[in-house]
Write a protein that binds this ligand. Structure first.
Ligand code: MG
Length: 281
């Protein structure tokens, strides 16, 4: 019998995207995920569906997504079994229930950070204003898992400015937090968990139960890289944030001592896509 094959796969902008991001003719798109009100929010193009079919040749696909449980259940592709959701804060077992061992491990870490996240949310609302922004804390399995900021008209530059003016100064004393900014999607993620930590936990269990598998990691964002690095092969969509960072040799490094942020070649005004993560994360 050959080695087991596992594919750890990010969802949004890897297997499907919002209509705005598709340059394709609409007729080739297929609905891929719904809003809470039932409207279609994401679509797959033929290339994304072909990638899914290739990944489905693995013994198991394990989604690794920022979506919380409710948003994950609105994805129209039906995955069997394990899933990493909420940026790694929650793991769903084969039967769709929350992994209690992982939940117990991360719960105290998240509860400890809830007040910090609430204060940051209030800071953003006060400093940046909310007329054109939507910001909220994402909860999952009754835990506060991360903070999200989006611009109502999808202006990524405005989101990047909030990161520069409010989030980065706040992170000056909280360098163990992770900041994910990819276009109109910004997430401030507390320390102690993450996609990579959750994938490492699943890999450890897989090795103990079935031996060492062959693994593929697929994702589009810089914050996907750490879980992809745990896999034997890494896949990233061409043109994605991660592919662009690899292409241009950008290095994203937080220099907290003088409050400076090194952002590679692009001047901040042109940059709408970056991430900060704790050293060695
Ligand atoms: Mg993604």
């Amino acid at each position: 019998m050959g080695v087991r094959t596992l594919a750890f796969v990010d969802l949004d902008d890897t297997l499907f995207s919002s209509l705005r991001k598709h340059g394709d003719v609409e007729s080739v798109l297929e609905p891929a995920a719904l809003l809470a009100n039932g409207d279609v929010i994401s679509y797959s193009n033929p290339g994304q569906r072909a990638l899914l079919r290739m990944l489905q040749a693995a013994d198991q696909i394990i989604p690794v997504t920022a979506r919380n449980i409710a948003a994950y259940r609105r994805v129209l592709i039906k995955f069997k079994g394990l899933a990493v959701v909420s940026h790694g804060a929650t793991i769903l077992l084969q039967d769709g229930t929350v992994d209690p061992v992982w939940h117990e491990r991360v719960a105290p870490l998240l509860q400890r950070e809830e007040d910090n996240l609430k204060r940051l949310l209030a800071d953003i609302e006060q400093s940046a204003g909310t007329a054109d922004l939507r910001c909220w804390l994402v909860y999952d399995a009754e835990l506060p898992v991360y903070l999200v900021v989006k611009h109502k008209a999808s202006d990524g530059q405005r989101v990047a400015e909030v990161a520069r003016d409010v989030i980065l100064p706040w992170m000056g004393t909280r360098s163990d937090y992770t900041l994910h900014v990819n276009g109109n999607n910004m997430a401030v993620i507390p320390p102690g968990f993450g996609k990579a930590a959750a994938v490492a936990y699943l890999l450890e269990r897989e090795r103990a139960e079935n031996g060492t598998p062959f693994t593929i990691g697929a994702g589009d964002s810089i914050t996907d890289l750490d879980f992809m690095k745990l896999c034997d092969v890494q896949l990233m969509p061409s043109g994605s944030q991660l592919a662009l960072a690899a292409d241009e040799g950008l290095r994203f490094k937080q220099a907290l001592g003088d409050g400076a942020l090194l952002l590679g070649k692009a001047p901040f005004a042109e940059l709408q896509s970056f991430a900060l993560a704790p050293e060695g994360c």
